[in-house]
Ligand binder design. Structure first.
Ligand code: SAM
Length: 452
């Protein structure tokens, strides 16, 4: 081991030894392992971990017993992980029983490393039996890894066709009805993307909820249906923000509800995985001024920040398949046509001016909807908004070559949305089709009969 004579290594401080070990690069198979074996027993766990990493490169089967002994007595989890990784890299059946033992390790990182080593032997029935048992492991990352590795990763051709297509009778449809009544008649796995901004509790008078809990439970019912109608591994993007319920009088305080944070655990429980938190920043002047009082008195405790952000939280319908599987479903022409070209926002802070509308009091800007649609769907996909308002998602879908499916309860907003959508560029020669609940139910039943 010319680059790191053992005598020299022991004269160096731990930091320098680690640095040198990390710089060792490739090691020839005939490298004498003894200096590394000595360092694998160094008092400093970082040195032990770095030595284990280099021992792993040798892939020397005669080290198996030594590595097993080191891993077994190693108290530091990072170093233990490296020893287990080194055992796995031997890729030899004699390592199997030891790797199986480490599936019981208390640290999920070590278990994951043992799983990785064992996956080389996925044709071995005993290995599969042990890996299958981990489907019920308390750690979510271990369960996810097992699901991803043991379930069908590639999908069949049949899945391919179904994944790209959506029911044509939902294309460019706007239903004027309560969303829960409508969703009952929508088939499973129909939509590719949902982007929506629900009512912000009782901030506007579209709907009045008797309590915050009732409001959250209403959203859970809607989002459970959204989950059902979303295709495997596709996205659900939710725009909300905290709301303020004004105080009854000067003798009372006002109450703020942190909607995005309160709804988040309920959404993940439904079966959506959290992907990203995008902060939509609106330029200062659009924010309501909350610090007039503080500005005057300047007394601590009385500070109230002007809110200039909303949350745009990105979720993915849970699946064991990687996102590449979803991408592979499209033909090269669609992929090419859907590419997000030119400049784009690379951070999770999106500065977009808010939109004011002469008819609807709480719309999001077309630019926000366009970005979401371009980033989280492909051309020809079906994009859904259960709380459509003036139909901003529909307008953005038309502009980006996607189909839309919208639901809006308020007749005034629904007919306004119809007007705006009729002005839009029509995709695939389809004009907006507005429907009542009865019409929608009837059409849905007709298609269900045809398919059944
Ligand atoms: C925040 S606004 C959405 C505005 C929309 N993003 C836009 O840009 O026009 C919420 C909308 O949900 C509608 N809504 C409320 N409860 C509903 C329900 N149960 N079913 C369908 N729509 C509902 C309201 O009438 C309102 O237009």
């Amino acid at each position: 081991m010319g680059a790191l004579p053992l005598e020299l290594a022991y004269n160096l401080d731990s930091g320098e030894i680690v640095e040198r070990l990390e710089r060792l690069g490739k090691l020839p198979a005939d490298t004498d392992p003894s200096p590394l074996m000595q360092l694998a027993q160094h008092p400093n766990p970082k040195v032990r971990a770095a030595a284990a990493k280099n021992l792993a490169k040798l892939e020397n089967l005669s080290l198996l017993a030594f590595l097993v002994e080191c891993a077994g007595r190693e108290p530091n989890t990072m170093a233990r992980r490296e020893f287990v990784s080194a055992i796995g890299r031997l890729r030899h059946p004699s390592a199997i029983p030891y790797l199986i033992t480490f599936l019981q390790d208390e640290d999920p990182k070590v278990v994951l490393q043992a799983i990785r080593g064992l996956l080389c032997f996925r044709h071995n029935a005993e290995v599969i039996t042990h890996l299958e048992k981990l489907r019920g492991h308390p750690n979510e990352l271990i369960r996810k890894a097992i699901g991803t590795e043991l379930d069908d990763k590639h999908g069949s051709q049949q899945e391919k066709r179904d994944h790209v297509h959506s029911p044509e009778w939902l294309h460019n449809v706007l239903v004027n009805a309560d969303v829960l009544d409508v969703l009952r008649h929508v088939p499973d796995e129909s939509v590719h993307l949902t982007f929506t901004s629900p009512p912000y509790y009782n901030a506007r008078d579209y709907t009045i909820y008797r309590s915050y809990e009732e409001y959250l439970q209403f959203l859970v019912r809607v989002f459970t249906e959204v989950h059902r109608i979303t295709k495997e591994g596709r996205f659900f993007v939710l725009n909300t923000s905290p709301v303020l319920v004004p105080r009854m009088s000067r003798q009372h305080s006002s109450t703020r509800y942190l909607i995005p944070f309160d709804i988040h655990p309920l959404i993940t429980k439904i079966g959506f995985d959290f992907i990203d938190d995008i902060i939509w920043v609106k330029p200062d002047p659009s924010a309501k001024n909350r610090n007039g009082g503080f500005y005057q008195h300047r007394k601590p405790l009385g500070y109230k920040a002007n809110s200039v952000v909303e949350y745009v939280i990105v979720y993915r319908k849970h699946t064991n398949k990687l996102i590449d599987w979803n991408m592979r479903q499209y033909d090269s022409e669609t992929v090419e046509a859907s590419k997000v070209l030119g400049d784009y926002e690379k951070t999770n802070v999106w500065r977009i001016a808010p939109s004011a509308d002469p008819v609807h009091p709480a719309v999001f800007p077309v630019e926000l909807a366009t970005r979401i649609i371009e980033l989280y769907s492909y051309r020809g996909d079906l994009v859904f908004d259960p709380f459509a308002g003036r139909g901003t998602v529909g307008i953005a879908a038309l502009q980006t070559g996607r189909f839309y499916f919208l639901v809006e309860k308020d007749p005034q907003y629904a007919s306004y949305a119809k007007e705006l959508l009729s002005e839009g560029t029509l995709f695939g020669g389809k004009s907006v089709r507005t429907m009542t609940l009865d019409e929608f139910t009837c059409i849905s039943a007709g298609y269900a009969k045809e398919e059944g």
